[in-house]
Design a protein around this ligand. Sequence first.
Ligand code: URA
Ligand code: SF4
Length: 212
Amino acid sequence: MPDRKAAYPGAAAYLPASHSLTACRKAVDACHGCPLYRRATHAVFGEGAAHSPLVLIGEQPGNDEDLSGRPFVGPSGKLLDRALAEAGVDRGKAYVTNVVKHFKWTPSGEKRLHKKPDAAEIAACRPWLEAELAAVKPVTIVALGATAGQALLGRAFRVTRQRGVPLTTPFAPHLIATIHPSAVLRQRTPDDRAREYAALVADLKVVAATVT
Ligand code: URA
Ligand code: SF4
C-alpha cells in the first residue's frame, strides 16, 4: 500500500529561504505541492497580527476567500467576526489562517461547491502552517472544526467530544477546538442556528480567558 500522506511532493520545496510571514506570503501563490493550485484563483495565506498570542485556524479558503486572496472574508468569516466580538476577542489582534491554502471545489451549475481537503492534501500543505506557527508563536491556537483539530491533534480528534476545553500541543501552550463557523450557517432552523452560535461564543470565551 502506498503511503497516502506521501502522495504529493508537498509544500516544503516551495518555502522561501526565510520562513518569515512576509516571505512565505509572497511565495505561497507559486506552490505546486499538491494539485489544488490548479483550479484555485489565489493561494490564501494567513493574515493578522504577526506576533499575536492568538492564532485561529480554519480548514481551507472558500469561494470568497479564493477570489479575494484573504482568509475568512465570506459568510463564515462574517459570522466568526461577530462571535469573536461577542466573546470579547478582537479579530484585529489575532492571526487567522487555514490548514490548506488553496480552495478545493466541485462545480454545481454556476457555483463552486466547497469540497473537504483529504489527508494527503493536508499533509502536503502542512509546511506553510508550521512556518506560520513558528513565526507567530501563539499562546493559544483555536482549531475551527474537525479538519483543523485533526491536523493539529491527530486523526483521533473529535470536535464534539473535545471542544471548548484547553488542550496542549507542541505548537502552543493552549489549543482550544470549536466547531467551524460554517457548521452554524448550515443549521436548518433559526433555533438550531442560535443554539450552535451560542455554543461557538461560549468556546471563544474560554479562548479569551487564555489570552487576557
Ligand atoms: N472557511 C474556512 O475554513 N476558511 C476560510 O478562510 C473561509 C471559510
Ligand atoms: Fe501548495 Fe497547499 Fe496549495 Fe497544495 S494546497 S498547492 S500544498 S499551497
